[in-house]
Design a protein around this ligand. Structure first.
Ligand SMILES: [Mg+2]
Length: 425
């Protein structure tokens, strides 16, 4: 074993004293579907994109479908061939976002450093909590979180506990479902070092096959090389893999809302099965899209300073326009900016085939806000924020579809039958 790994095993590595959890919701999409319709529980289930959208592939599957050999990203017909009784259900992203937010709220009871990794995974850093000093303290917290999520949502998670992000992710993958696994210096030689290098975060398929060419198959094999050698065969990435394999990944877990610089924008768009024919329909669509974008912004702890819209007309030309706004995460403010943009920049008599609303120039809402003394709308804005907080609570508890901006509803009953609205977008 080379120096870096020796240091790690002897407990003198760079991550000494850190406690990092990685939590992964098991079969997330499929589990949510089985919760919605408990009668599905006993069948193999796959969540698949709609055929007519040409997304007829498996997005997620439950444990029973997995056992039958169904794989994510394969075509529905391939899955059906292996598993003729497979139940196919369409995705319900609103519901996944909602569960994801509920679970994130649970994580944030244990730390202010919670970093999401996709909709179903997150790191939670416990370092610095005076009650939590060792990996086994971290393990106890992991079990608490696992039990709480199960009780409050009915979903199961696998949690990895380690002293760095890469190994905690590796640990959460090691045992599934509904499990807690601890990886640290104490079991590095007996377990961690024997894991295939391809399982490690950021080691893609091509890196893996290149390493295999050099006879480097496991994490332990990498730990026997050294930085100079790894750099010579794979450049900077090789050095990174070497350090990560030796328990030396020092990247911190971001605070909620801290990823503003990495998350460049939050957007939502829709292609309509039937064109929007007039400004009234367009306005309602903008309200619906803005509502979802705003909810996602707030969920991630962001506000925006720029609103963009993209519009594709029936000649299939897409154009995008943007405008600056006062820092906001309110759906009505975003929608008003988007509607103004639309009215100013497009020929509003033309039908619309597809459109999107996107927010950029994101800022962390926990950051200090400079209030404008002469802004007479500030009080109004505070009230809107209070309303948003209530809406968010209602949605977390009862579902996305229960509460919608009235402006998106309209009064004309013939519009209510427009396919774009009946799908809930
Ligand atoms: Mg998962």
């Amino acid at each position: 074993m080379e120096r870096a790994a020796r240091e790690y095993v002897s407990g003198k590595g760079v991550n000494r004293g850190r406690i990092v959890l990685h939590s992964d919701l098991n079969n997330f999409f499929a589990s949510v579907e089985c919760k919605k319709r408990p009668e599905l529980q006993d069948f193999p289930v796959a969540v698949c994109g709609r055929r007519e959208d040409r997304h007829g592939i498996v997005l997620a599957k439950n444990e029973k479908a997995k056992k039958a050999g169904v794989k994510t990203a394969e075509a529905i017909w391939q899955a059906k061939k292996k598993c003729p009784h497979l139940v196919i259900v369409p995705p319900d992203y609103d519901e996944y976002v909602r569960y994801s937010a509920i679970v994130k709220n649970i994580y944030s009871c244990y730390s202010d450093r919670v970093e999401s990794f996709g909709m179903d995974e997150a790191w939670i850093e416990l370092t610095g909590d005076i009650r939590i000093n060792t990996l086994s303290d971290g393990e106890k917290v992991a079990h608490k979180i696992r039990n709480r999520i199960k009780e409050e949502t009915g979903l199961t998670v696998s949690i990895g506990v380690s002293d760095n992000k890469v190994f905690s992710k590796l640990a959460s993958d090691y045992k599934k479902p509904d499990a807690v696994t601890v990886f640290g210096p104490f079991n590095y030689e007996s377990i961690v070092s024997k894991i295939d290098i391809g399982e490690m975060l950021f080691v893609g398929r091509s890196a893996r096959s290149k390493l295999h060419l050099f006879g480097l198959n496991t994490i332990g094999d990498i730990s026997l090389t050294n930085e100079i050698f790894m750099k010579s065969i794979m450049g900077k990435n090789g050095m990174k893999i070497y350090h990560d394999a030796c328990g030396g990944n020092i990247s911190p877990v971001c605070r909620i809302g801290e990823r503003a610089t990495e998350t460049k924008s939050v957007g939502n768009s829709v292609t309509l099965p039937k064109d929007l024919e007039n400004i009234d329909q367009v306005k309602r669509m903008i309200h619906l899209l803005s509502d979802k974008v705003a909810w996602r912004l707030r969920n991630d702890g962001f506000a925006c300073r720029t609103v963009c819209i993209s519009v594709r007309d029936t000649s299939l030309v897409t154009t995008e326009k943007q405008c600056p706004v006062k820092r906001t995460s309110n759906s009505i403010e975003i929608a008003h900016a988007a509607i103004k943009l639309y009215e100013q920049s497009y020929d509003i008599t033309k039908p619309v085939r597809s459109m999107g609303v996107r927010c950029t120039c994101l800022v962390n809402t926990k950051e200090h806000v400079q209030l404008d003394l002469f802004d007479d709308k500030q009080e109004f804005r505070n009230k809107r924020e209070d309303i948003d907080a209530v809406i968010d609570k209602i949605r977390l508890k009862y579902g996305m579809k229960l509460i919608y901006p009235a402006a998106a509803m309209g009064t004309n009953t013939t519009l209510a039958n427009h396919p774009a609205f009946s799908h809930g977008v």
